[in-house]
Write a protein that binds this ligand. Structure first.
Ligand SMILES: C[S@@+](CC[C@H](N)C(=O)[O-])C[C@H]1O[C@@H](n2cnc3c(N)ncnc32)[C@H](O)[C@@H]1O
Length: 209
């Protein structure tokens, strides 16, 4: 645990990812959640206000960072849905098979250590027919942008505490055996901040067969 990763980075992230464009996408993502819901990589709780108590029976959130959990704790009392916060990682989810109707990842697959293992865990804990909702910045389709994503990735991993600019997360979700139903997105709205061209966003609902 370091001062940067556990105190400064969580504070920075709230500012960087609190952009209205990103908040609108979080709202659209979480609008698809229903039943027993798990969110992996909850961060400081930026999605929490958007969970709809008319559809969400319970929300379980998993987050490994103590600094993020400290920031999130302030929001838990005002949660619109019954919530349980569990420290831990997406690679080892402490839940039984087929426990959830919906799993949510919002800007998290870029940062996990072993994305294949996280996706295997998502499949395991989802009920058959359950939905995996994700919003992620991904490897660009454009070869020039890809080159910059690869070049800058070592710096991004340090500054972003493990965040990768060059992860083909949507493809990795397909490779993990999910069927993708992409939500409509406007090309010009992709990406955020100074890294806009290097952080194209994909938002999708993936169905667990
Ligand atoms: C870019 S932040 C996004 C946080 C939040 N989902 C949001 O939308 O603001 C990435 C989050 O993933 C968390 N994370 C990193 N490694 C993880 C892992 N192995 N399992 C679960 N979460 C992880 C980080 O601690 C951080 O909170």
């Amino acid at each position: 645990m370091g001062l940067y990763s556990e105190t400064i980075f969580p504070w920075l992230l709230d500012r960087a990812l609190g952009h209205p464009n990103i908040m609108a996408r979080r709202r659209a993502l979480v609008a698809g959640a229903s039943g027993a819901v798990l969110e992996i990589g909850f961060g400081s709780g930026a999605t929490l206000a958007f969970y709809d108590p008319a559809h969400v029976v319970s929300l379980t959130v998993v987050e490994p960072s103590e600094g993020m959990n400290r920031r999130a704790a302030a929001h838990l009392a005002g949660s619109p849905v019954p919530i349980t916060s569990v420290p831990g990682t997406g690679e080892r989810l402490p839940f039984a098979d087929a426990s959830f109707d919906t799993v949510v990842c919002c800007l998290t697959l870029c940062s996990v250590s072993d994305v294949g293992q996280v996706l295997a865990e998502v499949r395991r804990v989802l009920k058959p027919g359950g939905r995996f909702l994700f919003l992620e910045h991904v490897l660009s389709d454009d070869p020039d942008r890809q080159r910059w994503q690869h070049r800058l990735n070592p710096i991004q991993k340090v500054v972003g505490v493990g965040c990768n600019l060059n992860r083909p997360s949507a493809q990795l979700v397909r490779d993990a055996g999910f069927t993708l139903d992409p939500m409509p997105v406007q090309e010009e709205e992709h990406g955020f901040g100074a890294l806009k061209k290097l952080t194209p966003l994909v938002m999708a609902a993936a169905i667990r067969a």
